[in-house]
Design a protein around this ligand. Structure first.
Ligand SMILES: [Zn+2]
Length: 364
């Protein structure tokens, strides 16, 4: 391809983006900005799949996708990039997503990373990116992503979904957006302005204990992708900055004004990056000589073991008193022991797998 053809292709000259270029807020200028953009998608479960699919089709030039898990049969109900074949061979999600996205749009670049997103690799994984997308299922990693966004002044599209409801909010951190691909004058609150501390371990429902409705994911990721595209083409002033709460099952759709950044916020107010600096955030360590990993939660207990037992009962055989709960999980065929302070022992030797199981069944 000669340079002219390359430029035409970047600007959508192949016809692929015709209907999108027609939109007055995008046009060929916006299409060029999308082609030049790099987006980091952290987590490629239900949310990550939905956003990655839409950004790939829209022609975002580079998608870097980080996920530590493999595809399982119970993912297919809502994780739209994966197939039965991916589940049958337990394909790593990042790799399976990259393969599928390559079929959808071979003109873009997809960089799959099969790893745990953590303090020690977060900054290198975010090198050169213009925008961060939240495809996560746990608060610990979200605070890490929020630290990264605030420290480096990167826009971050937060989202979460469990049960039939979901939340979406774009975060434009204070002091960010200068001299970068996406720029803004008026900042929004960061995640810690709104939720100063993570919920205590075991306090919140997870997709695995409460379920999740596929259509909710479609709506939440639609709003997430719209925010990402709006920011990447430079449509910042008219961006919907609300904290958007959606429940299509209950027919609820609410927008809350997020207000302005909190002066006392430890992250964007005082610029203390506790998760990124590794001071906080859960730890996973294999126990020597045993096929067991210990998980230390980011926000130590107390855990309501009665409530946790009630949530886990449908999923395995649960025994508990006020100090400790033990469950033999049917589907994952693993024993999980949770102490009242949130510490847990997971019956697998691989720390990444153990963390997945903890987030899935105990939740942070
Ligand atoms: Zn803040």
């Amino acid at each position: 391809m000669n340079p002219d053809q390359a430029r035409r292709k970047k600007a959508g000259g192949s016809g692929r983006y015709d209907r999108q270029v027609l939109l007055p807020d995008i046009g060929s200028d916006g299409q060029r900005k999308l082609a030049d953009a790099t987006v980091l998608i952290v987590g490629c479960g239900a949310l990550g799949c939905g956003v990655a699919d839409q950004l790939a089709r829209a022609g975002v030039g580079t998608l870097r996708i980080v996920d530590r898990d493999v595809v399982e049969i119970s993912n297919l109900q809502r994780q739209t990039l994966y197939s039965q074949a991916d589940a049958d061979r337990a394909a790593p999600k990042a790799m399976a997503a990259a393969a599928r996205l390559g079929e959808i749009n071979p003109d873009i670049r997809v960089e799959p990373v099969t790893d745990d997103f953590r303090a020690s690799n977060a900054e290198s994984l975010a090198a050169g990116v213009d925008l961060l997308v939240d495809g996560l299922d746990n608060f610990d990693t979200r605070y890490l992503l929020n630290d990264l966004a605030v420290k480096h002044g990167l826009p971050y599209v937060y989202a979460g979904a469990v049960g039939t409801g979901g939340l979406v909010m774009p975060i434009l951190p204070k002091g960010g957006g200068q001299g970068q691909a996406v720029s803004w004058d008026a900042p929004t609150p960061c995640l810690r302005c709104i939720f100063p501390e993570p919920p205590p371990a075991g306090a919140s429902p997870t997709c695995d204990t409460a379920g999740v409705l596929g259509p909710t994911i479609a709506i939440v990721t639609g709003h997430q992708a719209a925010a990402a595209l709006s920011l990447l083409v430079g449509r910042v002033a008219d961006l919907d900055r609300s904290m958007h709460s959606i429940d299509p099952w209950a027919g609820e759709d609410r927008r809350m004004r997020p207000g302005t950044p909190r002066q006392a916020c430890p992250c964007c107010g005082q610029r203390r990056f506790e998760w990124l600096d590794g001071e906080r955030g859960g730890a996973a360590e294999s126990l020597c000589g045993r096929d067991t990993t210990q998980i230390l939660p980011a926000a130590p207990g107390p855990v309501d073991l009665d409530a946790l037992a009630a949530r886990l009962n449908p999923h395995g055989e649960v025994r508990h008193d006020q100090h400790v709960l033990q469950v033999d999980l049917t589907e994952d065929r693993v024993r999980v022991t949770v102490f009242a302070d949130g510490r847990a022992l997971i019956g697998v030797g691989d720390p990444a797998r153990a963390r997945t199981l903890y987030d899935r069944w105990v939740g942070a």
